[in-house]
Write a protein that binds this ligand. Structure first.
Ligand code: PLP
Length: 418
């Protein structure tokens, strides 16, 4: 269906499967008259987070104190939270763990891949990848642990693999600027043909679009907990290790939580079996309690229906922009095909004198919360549960008004913004 009016959008919202509508209602509303398109930065808050936090603080910390390690689920949460989101990744429950940050898990899994593929020591990485992912790989190379081969475009992967010395191909599933989504299965297969492992960062796809790690035979993956997955500000991250690699080597960071018998306090390290060995230290209990609210929602989600609704949101947004935005200097920077897009839709602002940061600030002032990336990208992060088609319609009206009166040129929108 082509959406061109507010009524069309309302009809698409009404056609959302009732189960998904019910799950959307479990998130807290944002500020009145404010439309949030920042799921690519920080997802919405489940409504029961305050009550869960209160219980954790009062019953867990104040009253039970150290007994909570046994009586509550504090120790097992990295794996129970991982199990809750595993179906969204096309993974088995015992292949996903929630711990540490995305950057740290990226380090851990680059090192695991290097050990599993030894004596190969080449890492293929994206020249313009997410900065932290690039820096972590550079740090490993700087310490003498690997040699980097950087590719500027995915078309160069074949040539990068050709020498037959690559240990790990480490890529973002979805580009954080353009939202271009790579073909997980085809690229993983290509890496395997050349004897390399595939490590994926699914930060901009997990919880938004279909991710099927096992169908693609992916080896390793990390993902951000606080974006589409709604784990809360600074939430711990996901790590996926396919069963066949979980016991392949010592973890890069051998910590007591990854020991075969943590509370034996043994002098010597002995790795636990399975995902547990990829944990390092004490779980972030407070952050995990927050993430648990989202996990309780994710276990009820049908991943296929979720991805279908997300595709409908993206397609609708692009149709509305085609109709309303094109001649004002805004251009689609993401693929038109939903299957080739990740969680957000990126636009390029290229009018004479265009300043995307100023446009972003003018939008925020008009109650349309978006994010920008230099030099000219405007990003609309669409949450598959909470974003409504009518929100897209309203956002496009406000965007059009700002472009029509060139409000973004006003001095109050010129300050630098994070
Ligand atoms: C957001 C994001 C991260 C976040 O890393 P942190 O360690 O949580 O700061 C990593 N990779 C990608 C691709 C991201 O988009």
């Amino acid at each position: 269906m082509t959406a061109s009016t507010r009524a069309d959008c309302a009809a698409l919202d009404a056609a959302t499967p009732p189960a998904l509508q019910a799950l959307a209602a479990r998130f807290a509303p944002g500020e009145p008259d404010t439309l949030y398109f920042d799921a690519n930065s920080i997802g919405p808050m489940p409504a029961d987070v305050p009550q869960r936090m209160q219980t954790l603080l009062d019953a867990g910390w104040r009253a039970a104190r150290r007994r909570s390690w046994n009586d509550a689920d504090w120790l097992s949460q990295p794996r129970s939270l991982g199990a809750a989101v595993a179906p969204l990744l096309g993974a088995q429950a015992d292949e996903v763990q929630v711990c540490d940050s995305t950057s740290i898990n990226w380090y851990k899994l680059l090192q695991l891949g290097l050990r599993a593929a030894a004596p190969r020591r080449v890492l293929v990485v994206q020249a313009d990848g997410f900065p932290s992912n690039s820096y972590v790989a550079q740090g490993i190379a700087h310490a003498g642990g690997a040699a980097l081969r950087r590719i500027a475009h995915i078309d160069q992967l074949n040539a990068a693999l050709a020498p037959g010395d690559v240990a790990v191909v480490a890529l973002s599933h979805v580009d954080y600027r353009s939202s271009v989504r790579l073909d997980l299965a085809a690229i993983t297969a290509l890496a395997h043909q050349h004897g390399a492992l595939a490590l994926w960062d699914v930060s901009h796809s997990a919880g938004a679009v279909g991710v099927d790690l096992n169908a693609a035979q992916a080896d390793l993956a990390v993902g951000c907990g606080y974006k589409y997955l709604c784990g809360g500000p600074g939430a711990p991250a996901l790590m996926f290790v396919a069963r066949r690699w979980q016991d392949a080597a010592w973890p890069a960071l051998a910590g007591w939580m990854g020991h075969a018998d943590t509370f034996a306090f043994a002098a010597d390290y002995q790795p636990a079996r399975g995902m547990a060995r990829h944990q390092v230290g004490t779980p972030a209990v407070i952050a995990n309690a927050c993430f648990a609210a989202a996990a309780a929602i994710w276990v009820e989600v049908d991943a296929g229906a979720l991805a279908a609704r997300h595709a409908s949101l993206g397609d609708t947004f692009i149709q509305l922009l085609d109709q309303d935005g094109a001649d004002a200097g805004l251009h689609l920077a993401s693929p038109r095909q939903a299957q080739q897009r990740g969680g957000h839709v990126a636009l390029r602002f290229a009018a004479p004198g265009a300043d995307v940061q100023a446009l972003g600030q003018a939008l925020v002032a008009a109650g349309v919360v978006v994010s920008t990336r230099k030099p000219d990208a405007l990003r609309f992060g669409l949450h598959p549960l909470t974003t409504r088609h009518v929100d897209l319609w309203e956002a496009v009206q406000r965007l059009r008004a700002i472009l029509a009166d060139a409000r973004w040129r006003e001095p109050r929108f010129q300050a630098a913004m994070v």
